[in-house]
Design a protein around this ligand. Structure first.
Ligand code: SF4
Length: 330
């Protein structure tokens, strides 16, 4: 009998697999990539960790890119947002739906997850677990080995495929039981449970909300939200100022035809990418912001041009005062 495991690579999902493998069942794992996942940005992220965890057990891993589905869902999640812009219940439904598709494809009989009852405020309380199962068409087929003894028996338990006696009754936010189990399984060096979802970050969530309020969202816009300082100049224009050389380079890579590129002349300073409809007022505001972050004194020459090859113009801009800057910062 085979199970599909949702594997983030964190400790809980890794342990859940260990518990099921110990019962002699076969497991294949799935991991998901979204535009808000930081796993493509740092080596220690979830794609990397999921692979590491799958390799540890010698089980197969399939990674799904949910970016397109996610972009639609985030605009209006049926079950709302968490503390920031994290639509955790809808996000879990999406992942469970994919897991179900894969389960059918490979002829597996049920799904396992590392969810722990009561551990996360939005998606891991009893009602949320029920909703996720129902909406993904997996009623009775989602086994959570770490909390199973606190939850109604699932189909594989009722059928005797999985021995309920050997499942666990962990609940709540304390990580101690999992750490003890990790020692038993000789699992060390596991990633911190904070996760890598940008939607739980208040600053990123603010920028994302601003984007959703003012324009259609594209993957490119979301990538641009991950770099620089962001300022809203009007309902249809914003400017992003780099914070260092690396960000300047990234911003240039992400720029699109029609964007405005701002650059200080004669003094050191960041690149600015202006996106949207600019008029003389917003160009002046953008230049004042660029002057604020440049090395010059009160007044700085700022060159700007429409990308990719518009004519270059020059504007002498007074550095914007911090008190005014605050009104534009996203
Ligand atoms: S924190 Fe992010 S990745 Fe995790 S369930 Fe919530 S929305 Fe999904």
């Amino acid at each position: 009998m085979k199970a599909v495991a949702l594997l983030s690579g964190g400790l809980d999902s890794t342990l859940a697999i260990g518990v099921i493998l110990e019962q002699g069942l076969e497991v294949e794992t799935v991991n998901f990539f979204t535009p808000f996942c930081q796993c493509n940005r740092k080596k220690s992220g979830c794609g990397y960790e999921a692979k590491r965890a799958a390799d540890r057990f010698g089980v197969k891993l399939k990674i799904f890119n949910l970016s397109i589905e996610y972009m639609e869902m985030i605009k209006n999640p049926k079950y709302g947002y968490g503390r920031n812009l994290n639509p955790c219940i809808d996000c879990r439904i999406l992942m469970h739906k994919k897991a179900k598709e894969y389960m059918v494809e490979i002829g597996a009989s049920f799904v396992i997850t590392g969810e722990v009852l009561g551990q996360r405020p939005m998606s891991q309380y009893r009602r949320a677990l029920k909703i996720i199962e129902k909406e993904s068409g997996l009623e009775g087929l989602v086994l959570r080995p770490l909390s199973a003894n606190l939850l109604p028996p699932t189909v594989p338990e009722e059928m005797g495929i999985v021995d309920r006696e050997k499942l666990l009754n962990i609940s709540g936010r304390s990580r101690k039981p999992q750490m003890a189990l990790a020692r038993d399984y000789k699992i060390g060096n596991y990633p911190c449970p904070a996760g890598g979802c940008l939607l739980t970050d208040p600053g990123f969530a603010r920028r994302m909300k601003d984007l959703m309020t003012h324009s259609e969202i594209t993957l490119n816009d979301i990538e641009l939200l991950k770099v620089g300082r962001h300022f809203r100049l009007s309902s249809s224009a914003k400017i992003v100022a780099g914070r260092n050389k690396e960000e300047n380079e990234r911003m240039i890579k992400l720029s699109k035809p029609g964007d405005l590129c701002f650059e200080p002349q004669e003094v050191k300073g960041p690149i600015g990418i202006g996106r949207g409809d600019f008029d003389q007022i917003t160009i002046t505001l953008a230049s004042q912001i660029m002057a604020r972050y440049s090395d010059g004194n009160a007044e700085v020459g700022i060159a700007y041009q429409r990308l990719p090859d518009g004519e270059k113009s020059l504007l002498r801009a007074k550095s914007m005062k911090d008190s005014e800057l605050r009104n534009f910062r996203i």
